[in-house]
Design a protein around this ligand. Structure first.
Ligand code: GUN
Ligand code: ZN
Length: 444
């Protein structure tokens, strides 16, 4: 049995805050403690009240301790193409994304990138993510092997894609079904792994493959399903042209039984009111990818309109279209996107969203996303004075709200002091080694 106490300024959420001053939504302990036994949280509270004598204490004061961050939509094979210039969605996929994903047929490459991928997540305080792997089963093996070796709660799956992509990235309806079924058998529920059925988007799947995805979902109703929806005008027109019988883009997925409480619909920007109502009615989750939507010029996600209808939305980096691996930066970008629509994302809600909010979306609040007793000890320790600009801002901070907002706007991996997964300190000791590659040469 291993037992420890983490001491610090402890913040956890009981529910979504109703505004910037709704501290009743939080558990907040200025001199707090998280008591951990065998990777599980035994108790969280005031240090003086809950820390048992004789148990080793790691004193993180004056830093903040919160639940580890959760990224509800990320692409495992796209780390290398973050910051690829000059294209909107469809050109960006064809020019940068598909060539990068092609390399994941090679298990050596996939394993090498998996090391860097999880280094980067943990450096940024992200302890759970839902990832699209490439079409190749080897990429899923690399992803879950590395996550398992580090004791991480991760979700992911191979993308299904049998058209409108290079030959080397195409499967078939049958192989997509068979490979996914084999991967589910190999990985789902093994350690902390959850398999996600992942039809990439309507454009890269034939109706026959959508039927195969539907059959997979029916055979595995406990699994999550992730895809992309209504990200970009040209994409929407193309998808609707490929499925002329559907009433709109969302209806394509609806017809194939893909909408329900386990469904994660990346982007979901350009929606009609009827589509928002249908998302809420089915319990599906739109996932906001703010830095990606800005980067690709895709549009402004309207969380307020979805929330008003009772839909619960996720939030995510969407690496490699995303501009940052940091969920702090992602929450900061969501603030800016809300501003452009005359809405306000307050800092309490921002921190709730990247922790408990995303756990709610994944249906995993009983395991992750909070510091409640009985949940898994996935935590992040944050230094609100980690950089000169944060330190300067903190000289004028009046309260916790100001501190959280400074972290949301100015914070990134430099603010992450430590990351714990299952009670173990897992932040990489040094920045991930760069991938050995050719020097950049040639004309400017
Ligand atoms: N739509 C289909 N595939 C992708 C992808 O890899 N990234 C983004 N941003 N949108 C997509
Ligand atoms: Zn995506």
């Amino acid at each position: 049995m291993t037992e420890q106490v983490l001491r610090g300024r402890v913040l956890s959420f009981r529910r979504r805050p109703e505004g910037p001053s709704d501290l009743a939504a939080c558990d907040w302990f200025e001199d707090g403690a998280v008591h951990i036994r065998d990777g599980m949280i035994v108790a969280t509270g005031d240090f003086a009240a809950i820390a048992p004598a004789g148990i080793p204490v790691t004193d993180h004061r004056p830093h903040l301790i919160t639940a580890g961050f959760i990224d509800a939509h990320i692409h495992f094979p796209q780390g290398e193409i973050v910051a690829s210039w000059g294209a909107q969605l469809m050109d960006w996929l064809n020019t940068y994304t598909f060539p990068a994903e092609t390399r994941f047929a090679d298990p050596v490459h996939a394993a090498r990138i998996a090391t860097t991928f999880f280094d980067l997540l943990l450096m940024n305080g992200t302890t759970t993510a839902s990832a699209f792997c490439s079409v190749h089963p080897e990429s899923v093996d690399a992803y879950f092997s590395e996550a398992g070796a580090r004791g991480l709660r991760m979700l992911g799956g191979k993308v299904l894609m049998d058209r409108n992509a290079p030959e080397a990235l195409r499967d078939t309806p049958q192989s997509a079904y068979d490979d996914s079924a084999a991967l589910i058998g190999r990985w789902h529920g093994r350690g902390r792994a959850s398999y996600v059925i992942s039809p990439r988007f309507a454009i890269t799947s034939t109706p026959e493959q959508m039927e195969a995805a539907q059959a997979l979902i029916a055979a595995h109703p406990d699994l999550h399903v992730q895809t992309h929806l209504s990200e970009n005008d040209a994409e929407i027109a193309f998808a609707c042209a490929l499925y002329p019988q559907a009433q709109g883009y969302l209806d394509i997925y609806d017809r194939y039984g893909m909408l329900g409480p386990k469904s994660l619909l990346g982007h979901s920007i350009h929606l009609s009111d009827a589509e928002r109502d249908r998302i809420a009615e089915t319990g599906a989750h739109a996932v906001h990818c703010p830095t990606s939507n800005l980067f690709l010029g895709s549009g402004l996600f309207d969380e307020t309109a979805l929330h008003a209808r009772g839909a619960t939305c996720g939030i995510a980096t969407d690496i490699g279209a995303g501009m940052s691996w940091s969920m702090l930066r992602t929450a900061g970008a969501a603030y800016a996107v809300a501003q452009l629509q005359n809405h306000k994302l307050d800092p309490l809600t921002g921190f709730w969203w990247i922790t408990r909010g995303n756990a709610d979306v994944l249906g995993m609040t009983d395991r992750i996303g909070t510091l409640e007793a009985g949940t898994e000890a996935d935590l992040v320790v944050l230094d609100s004075r980690a950089t000169p600009e944060l330190a300067l801002r903190m000289t004028a901070a009046q309260d916790l709200k100001d501190e959280l907002f400074a972290l949301m706007i100015l914070g990134d991996d430099r603010a992450v002091v430590e990351t714990y997964a299952n009670g173990r300190a897992v932040k990489p000791a040094s920045p991930p080694a760069g991938q050995a590659g050719r020097p950049v040469t040639g004309p400017l």
